[in-house]
Write a protein that binds this ligand. Structure first.
Ligand SMILES: [Mg+2]
Length: 466
């Protein structure tokens, strides 16, 4: 039964995370984690949900932009859209008037991400597969057709991408079985938000250790002495063998998955994240001063658009054994292309909805594979963990073929608002989403929308919201 798109709804949903300090870092204070959410309906019971993430004010502006992008879909036949997702994406990006307020950056681009993700969600639901499985079951030809190569053929062509995918195609099923069994590696950010007091940091770190995690990230950049103190506190816990769950196997710090990550004696790894606060030289000087806590990488040391700045920081920190990671604010594939071309990053941190949806993400996964840089997606936010597990599974099964060096961010809040929330197994790894009707796992509970929609949801009009 062909289905035509009839209408859509947007929701400006804001969660009051500023009350607890969740999500605080050196740049972003008082964050109310928010979702600019869209549901696209058809003349059948087929529906697609998508969202992009913001941290509060301005979420309404993104919803307006989503309306501008999604209104172009009305009357479209869904099977025509699904038949060539690359072409669909090109068309979605090609409205000349909307393009002027980008192009491919800012509010219009993240809004396009929400809409593109909703189309992918709808596609997966229609085929009764979780999104990752829909893509994993595609032939290399179809996967290549589903992404975009515009503006990046100087580093990767469709023919080259096809060759890369075919080279590891025969072991796809083996990898799928393996990751279903053991889960996808994850790391914890929720212990190290900047506004958390020491006792909360210690408690959350111990809980994460007990849950099997061995990669931890803290926010830095407000005060070097304080960062060193908090870093040493976390190091003292994650390096303490007595806090590991009983039966934890000895981890070899020289194994392929830990080598070069500055892992401590228990095989625990610490990462630090500055959320863009420094100038280039400032970043170099500040991070050198944190050498004692042995971070694997500094994330977002400076402005997200400063490709050569990241490259300079990476060169300067190399003798200290500290790498550079970035990408959550890289607004399109061309920024990633240049970060890779300039040898500016050790770790590529794609964002599921700052890039314009799955279609554009696939192009970055392909480039990262070509440059041999591991992809560790950004997921600190609402809905992002739900999204990114799908992307990391696609990366592992179809594109990079490796996961043990990778880790996927995990933030432990707000999952209860989703119909198909992510979960973590007892080894600190993401479980693989298996519900054939779960799509891209981003459908939000109706009750949550009714409660937290801004400004008329029951939470915001009630006493608590004042
Ligand atoms: Mg970050």
């Amino acid at each position: 039964m062909p289905a035509k798109i009839t209408h859509f709804e947007t929701h400006d949903v804001r969660f009051p995370t500023s009350l607890t300090g969740d999500g605080t870092d050196a740049m972003n204070r008082d964050c109310d984690y928010s979702s600019a959410y869209v549901s696209i309906y058809t003349d059948s019971d087929l529906v697609g949900h998508g969202m992009t993430f913001t941290i509060g004010r301005g979420n309404d502006i993104v919803c307006m932009a989503i309306k501008a992008v999604a209104s172009r879909l009305i009357g479209k036949d869904t099977e025509d859209l699904f038949a060539d997702m690359g072409k669909t994406w090109d068309w979605l990006l090609a409205d000349p008037q909307l393009r002027w307020i980008g192009p491919e950056k800012g509010v219009i681009h993240i809004a396009t991400g929400a809409v593109n993700n909703a189309i992918w969600d709808m596609f997966a639901r229609k085929r009764e597969k979780p999104l990752w499985k829909l893509v994993a079951d595609m032939s290399p030809e179809e996967l290549v057709r589903s992404t975009t190569f515009r503006y990046i053929t100087d580093v990767i062509t469709p023919e080259e991408a096809l060759k890369m995918l075919k080279a590891i195609e025969s072991e796809k099923e083996e990898r799928e079985q393996k990751v279903r069994e053991i889960g996808y590696p994850a790391y914890v950010t929720s212990a190290g938000w900047l506004a958390y007091p020491d006792d909360k940091i210690a408690r959350l770190t111990k809980e994460a250790l007990a849950h099997g995690f061995n990669h931890f990230k803290i926010k830095v950049g407000a005060d070097q002495a304080d960062d060193l103190r908090r870093g040493k506190l976390i190091r003292s816990l994650i390096d303490d063998p007595s806090l590991l769950p009983a039966g934890t196997p000895r981890r070899d710090v020289n194994s392929a998955d830990l080598k070069g990550k500055n892992a401590g004696p228990t095989g625990s790894v610490l990462m630090i994240d500055a959320n863009q606060v420094w100038d280039v030289q400032q970043a170099i000087d500040y991070v050198k001063g944190l050498e004692a806590i042995k971070p694997w990488f500094i994330e977002e040391p400076t402005a997200p658009d400063d490709i050569l700045g990241h490259a300079a920081i990476r060169r300067a920190l190399k003798p200290y054994g500290i790498g550079v990671a970035t990408g959550e604010h890289a607004h399109n594939r061309m920024v990633f292309k240049q970060l890779l071309q300039a040898d500016a990053i050790d770790v590529c941190q794609i964002d599921s909805c700052r890039l314009a949806g799955v279609t554009e993400v696939l192009s970055v996964l392909l480039m990262a594979k070509k440059f041999g840089v591991p992809v560790c997606p950004h997921a600190g936010g609402v809905g992002l963990c739900e999204y990114v597990i799908h992307l990391s599974l696609i990366d592992y099964i179809c594109i990079s073929g490796s996961m043990e060096r990778n880790v996927l961010e995990y933030a432990e809040h707000l999952h209860e608002h989703f119909v198909h929330p992510v979960s973590i197994n007892d080894k600190g790894r993401y479980n693989v989403p298996t519900d054939p009707h779960g799509g891209y796992s981003i459908e939000m509970r109706k009750a949550s929308i009714a409660e937290y929609e801004w400004p008329k949801g029951s939470y915001w009009v009630g006493a608590k919201g004042k």
